[in-house]
Design a protein around this ligand. Structure first.
Ligand code: CLF
Ligand code: SF4
Length: 498
């Protein structure tokens, strides 16, 4: 069957509230997993980089309270352990959340995961969180349930999580050293007392580690989120990665700190700097030696709906949902068909990747070529289907003569804000070009004449010739063409070093 298109509606905008891929000749990124784990992650858009092009998630903002204070959080906004600060989600009751989930699941059959990630800490609001999960596990058994927590109340919640069949838990762990923790968490609220400084951080770390061990010993998949805070925990996160891997965490997601003064957070006001995209990537690479890294996180808001990187929440406001009639039994049948079709397509792609084509080491490759970074504009489906001017982000890949890998996304303000305002200028385009630092080629379904010239001037070659082609095939074709044209020869020094 033809797969329904997920549109790229409103951006994951400022304004609201939580493994690298294989390559043309590399094996499927999930192929090393045992079947029972693979079946849990292959349609989870956060746990599988491959799946995030096809499957969507949604969050319901049912959890207002929090039991700790993070220096990158302002309580007016959503929990920035799993969200972008500066955005606010509309709080819902569990009944409203269930109604919304069923409506979204019927309208977007690719939506496979319901997460609770704020606006405060889900486990600091156990009645509201577990009532939502209880109702959904009964009424929509085909939806995976997911939760993200700071971990303080995790150990006493593990039984309840297991009871509701929650297979995916994210714990935000920014440190395993209380001295570092005291620079991130000014206080926690524990056993009816506010506990400050190193002692508060020590209790939080102990609870996080205990919760992690309890979950993994029950076979629940745990992803660890860490916020990279330059000069505070950036070097320390390598140690965190080792520790959480040893305790059975499945995936580590190192996210960049967002600290803008207008968000009113401690770090924002104090001028704590954010990491650059390259610093983030270097840290992710350094941690990757110890465990699988997530590189496609979009720091969603606590009421996000849609593919990662998009937010279709406006289509599902409470008044709109009230007007929708949902027959969930019928919707489940349709959802199953769509999931089967996507799975069949993915299986076919994986089989193609796994099939032996040729032994690249056995042939004379001619001159050695260097790795380059290519950015692509996509709105989902794993193809190049976004106009340069409409893109809110670009996915960046590193590609060499034999393999490629996904590095992450670079957010930007769209060049074309609307029909009339394309080319608002140099500031927008200048920002896009800065966000593409290190990138040499940009692929989009279309690129206008004016930005084309400026991109070229900045050393980024625009290319609109691969519209609607699968990303992996397109970047390989571009690389091979550049290599054949002699544009990618390694400098002599690099070759000698290699
Ligand atoms: Fe939501 Fe988080 Fe579950 Fe995903 S998000 S609760 S694990 S369903 Fe995903 Fe969003 Fe990143 Fe979170 S992209 S912020 S990691
Ligand atoms: Fe804010 Fe989330 Fe930290 Fe609580 S856990 S203080 S809501 S970022």
């Amino acid at each position: 069957m033809e797969l329904p298109v997920i549109s790229n509606a409103a951006p994951e905008a400022e304004g609201g509230g939580c493994s690298s891929s294989g390559c043309g000749t590399a094996p499927d990124a999930l192929s090393h997993l045992p079947d029972h784990i693979r079946s849990k992650v292959q349609d989870h858009p956060c746990y599988s980089e491959e799946a995030h092009h096809y499957f969507a998630r949604m969050h319901v903002a049912v959890a207002p309270a929090c039991n700790i204070q993070c220096n990158y959080c302002n309580r007016k906004y959503d929990c920035s352990n799993e969200s972008r600060p500066g955005v606010v989600s509309e709080l819902m009751s569990p009944d409203q959340a269930v109604k919304k989930t069923l409506a979204v699941a019927a309208a977007i059959p690719q939506m496979t995961v319901l997460g609770i990630a704020g606006p405060g800490d889900p486990l600091a609001n156990p009645e509201r969180t577990f009532e939502t999960f209880r109702q959904l596990s009964e009424q929509a058994p085909d939806i995976k349930l997911c939760v993200s927590t700071n971990g303080l109340s995790l150990p006493e919640s593990v039984d309840e999580l297991a009871k509701h069949n929650i297979d995916h838990v994210t714990i935000t762990i920014n440190c395993v050293d209380p001295e570092i923790g005291a620079q991130i968490y000014p206080w926690i609220f524990w056993e009816n007392k506010r506990i400050r400084g190193v002692e508060g951080a020590r209790i939080l770390i102990e609870q996080q580690q205990k919760g992690l061990e309890m979950l993994t010993s029950r076979g629940i998949l745990v992803k660890v989120n860490s916020v990279m805070i330059p000069g505070v925990n950036d070097q320390h996160l390598k140690e965190v990665s080792k520790v959480v891997k040893a305790k059975g965490a499945f995936l580590h997601n190192v996210m960049p700190l967002i600290a803008e003064a207008e968000h009113g957070t401690y770090y924002g006001i104090m001028g704590q700097r954010e990491p650059t995209p390259l610093e983030l990537q270097e840290l992710q690479d350094a941690c990757a030696g110890d465990m699988s890294m997530m590189r496609h996180c979009r720091q969603c808001r606590a009421d996000a709906v849609g593919l990662l990187g998009e937010d279709r929440g406006e289509e599902f406001t409470l008044d709109k949902i009230d007007e929708m009639e949902v027959d969930y039994a019928a919707a489940m049948v349709e959802r199953a068909k769509v999931h089967d079709a996507i799975t069949a397509e993915l299986d076919m792609k994986r089989a193609l990747k796994a099939a032996p084509k040729f032994d690249p080491d056995a042939i004379d490759e001619g001159p050695v070529t260097r790795n380059i970074r290519i950015a692509v504009a996509t709105k989902g489906g794993g193809v190049i289907n976004e106009h340069f001017g409409h893109a809110h982000e670009f996915l960046v890949y590193e590609i060499g003569p034999k393999e490629h890998r996904f590095l992450g996304h670079r957010k930007c303000t769209p060049y074309c804000m609307g029909d009339e305002s394309c080319g608002d200028g140099e500031t927008v385009l200048g920002g896009i070009i800065r966000s593409l630092e290190g990138v040499e080629v940009l692929l989009a379904s279309k690129i206008g004449f004016e930005p084309w010239a400026d991109l070229e001037k900045a050393g980024i070659q625009p290319n609109g010739e691969h519209a609607m082609e699968p990303i992996e095939e397109a970047i390989r074709a571009v690389y091979d063409e550049m290599a054949a044209a002699g544009k990618l020869a390694q400098p002599a020094v690099a070759r000698a070093a290699a």
